[in-house]
Write a protein that binds this ligand. Structure first.
Ligand code: KIV
Length: 263
């Protein structure tokens, strides 16, 4: 994954190899995960992982622009996706105005917006005005309060049909790829076969065109809760706490700093 991806190379990967997407919120982690990812998502999940809020709804444009700039600085060779915060794309005018800010004030390659058929006109307006769009269907974290929780989608045939309509509508509106979150695996698989653009899953099973995980979840740094679909590749929180405890102990016992760390 040495060469920076483009919307064209991302689209051409469908059916050839699975795509790897990981979130990042700052330059430090963006640099660390750049060699292992095709796309870096500056997710509005930063409002929970970094800002300590209980959901993503209070994320602001200024927050997204700040963190996207930091990620772009750390991963200059990566395809970077900036999540559009809740309330910033409720109509075409606001959606375009706010997306233009992303393109003019950061080096992000595209924006991501949540929604399916109901947001197709917004996606169309953005793509026809030069904004590359990654869709996001299925479980929509920005709907957590209106739906009374995070609900897995695709359990009923009505929901399954709606998801297929959503995917087709987003594709027809010009999205170059889409994230599908919290959807029954067999439905995500069917949707992947229904559209020609890459479908990147999170909690959507294995038969999709790629996977995305939130870095602080997969590195075991976020301790508040762990969704079923998260595999913790390291127990980051324990490792960090152990290191900090050792430092604290060594400062108190005057073991640190030794000669080696002294001018
Ligand atoms: O905000 C985010 O990190 C996301 C992922 C869950 C896909 O949208």
């Amino acid at each position: 994954m040495n060469k920076k991806m483009t919307i064209n190379s991302i689209q051409k990967s469908k059916g050839v190899r699975p795509l790897v997407m990981i979130t990042a919120y700052d330059a430090l982690f963006a640099k660390l995960l750049e060699p292992s990812s095709d796309m870096i998502l500056v997710g509005d999940s930063l409002n929970m992982s970094f800002a300590g809020k209980s959901d993503t709804l209070s994320t602001t444009m200024d927050q997204m622009l700040y963190h996207t700039n930091a990620v772009c600085m750390g991963a200059k060779n990566s395809f970077i996706i900036c999540d559009m915060p809740f309330g910033t794309y409720t109509n075409k005018t606001d959606a375009l105005k706010n997306s233009i800010r992303v393109f003019q004030e950061t080096d992000a390659d595209c924006v991501k917006i949540e929604g399916g058929e109901d947001k197709a006109d917004i996606v169309k307006h953005l793509t026809s005005n030069g904004i590359a769009v990654c869709g996001h269907i299925g479980l929509l974290p920005q709907s957590v309060r209106s739906e009374g929780g995070y609900k897995v989608k695709g359990k009923t045939s009505k929901e399954q049909l709606q998801l297929i309509e959503d995917a087709r509508a987003i594709e027809s509106a010009g999205a170059f790829c889409m994230v599908i979150e919290g959807v029954k695996a067999e439905v995500a698989s069917e949707i992947t076969n229904c559209v020609d653009i890459p479908v990147i899953g999170i909690g959507a099973g294995a038969n999709v065109d790629g996977q995305v995980l939130v870095f602080s979840d997969m590195l075991g740094l976020f301790e508040e809760f762990t969704p079923k679909f998260v595999k913790k590749y390291i127990d980051g929180a324990t490792l960090v706490k152990e290191a900090l405890k050792q430092y604290s102990d060594e400062v108190q016992s005057r073991e640190f700093p030794t000669e080696e760390y002294t001018y």
